[in-house]
Write a protein that binds this ligand. Structure first.
Ligand SMILES: N[C@@H]1[C@@H](O)[C@H](O)[C@@H](COP(=O)(O)O)O[C@@H]1O
Length: 260
């Protein structure tokens, strides 16, 4: 696991660099896309690169991590609508190239299996962008999630519902209680995972992710077992790390040939 501590704007550029390099090497790359506020700077940086002709998503594919159950199609808080507004409509993906689990499906269990199969049929995810919840969830894998889990229906914790209420006009009562989410086992199959976290509210989750014991109590800790995980954190999110000065030294002295 590589931990980079830097100002948020620099973190977003680093992640955008990694995605742009991947697209240069492999234009048909499969990207794992996260919603939430954490990756917004990355999406802004990517939109800028596409606008200036430096990067193209024309041959790439994308899969989102999760979706609320029961929000009508087109609801502005559905992750399908959010990822369209934040990234898809601002870059040059081919129509239909970005997919997400369908939280309106009549048979949600069948939808979860279909989604797993779609990711596998695309050849798996090359680079997965992740945020982290204050309770240590990634995607919507809440505490207690099996570390081997696959795409399935989960129940959101009150903490997550409260954290996400700010996006809903009607606040907490409007936040669904259930979601579809890629499992931790699904996410672990991505070839490179890049997690970004900002602000002190994430400090405890980041401390557990990087330095805590691997446990379903803090689901993101499963990433300690990933062979290529990059954790991008600003000073606030890094404020609980015992090894912060080691991570700083390592990054400051990183050989030029070593990519993220
Ligand atoms: N399902 C999403 C996660 O994928 C995201 O990482 C998390 C953190 O969101 P934010 O980046 O807004 O703090 O929120 C949601 O619960």
């Amino acid at each position: 696991m590589e931990v980079v501590i830097a100002p948020a704007a620099e973190l977003a550029e680093l992640a955008a660099d990694a995605i742009a390099e991947l697209l240069d090497r492999r234009p048909e790359a499969v990207l794992g896309l996260a919603t939430g506020s954490s990756p917004l700077g990355i999406y802004d940086a990517l939109a800028e690169r596409v606008a200036s002709g430096r990067t193209s998503f024309a041959a790439a594919h994308g899969f989102t991590l999760d979706e609320y159950v029961g929000l009508p199609a087109g609801h502005p808080c559905s992750y399908d609508a959010v990822i369209r507004a934040e990234l898809v409509d601002r870059v040059d993906f081919a129509p239909g190239a970005v997919r997400g689990p369908d939280g309106t499906a009549a048979d949600l269990l069948a939808e979860c299996s279909r989604y797993e199969a779609a990711i596998a049929d695309a050849g798996g995810v090359d680079l997965q962008i992740l945020g982290i919840g204050t309770d240590g969830h990634i995607a919507f894998n809440e505490p207690g999630s099996s570390l081997a889990s696959r795409t399935r229906v989960k129940t959101l914790t009150e903490q997550t519902r409260r954290d996400n209420a700010r996006f809903f006009d009607g606040g907490l009562p409007e936040v669904p209680r259930h979601c579809l989410t890629q499992g931790l086992g699904t996410i672990m199959e991505a070839r490179h995972v890049v997690l970004i976290a900002r602000g002190e509210a994430k400090a405890e989750a980041v401390r557990q992710l990087v330095e805590g014991p691997i446990s379903t109590r803090w689901p993101a800790t499963v990433l300690q077992l990933h062979p290529h995980a990059t954790v991008l954190v600003d000073e606030g999110a890094a404020s609980g790390l015992e090894l912060a000065s080691y991570f700083r030294w390592t990054y400051d002295n990183k050989p030029a040939w070593q990519r993220l």
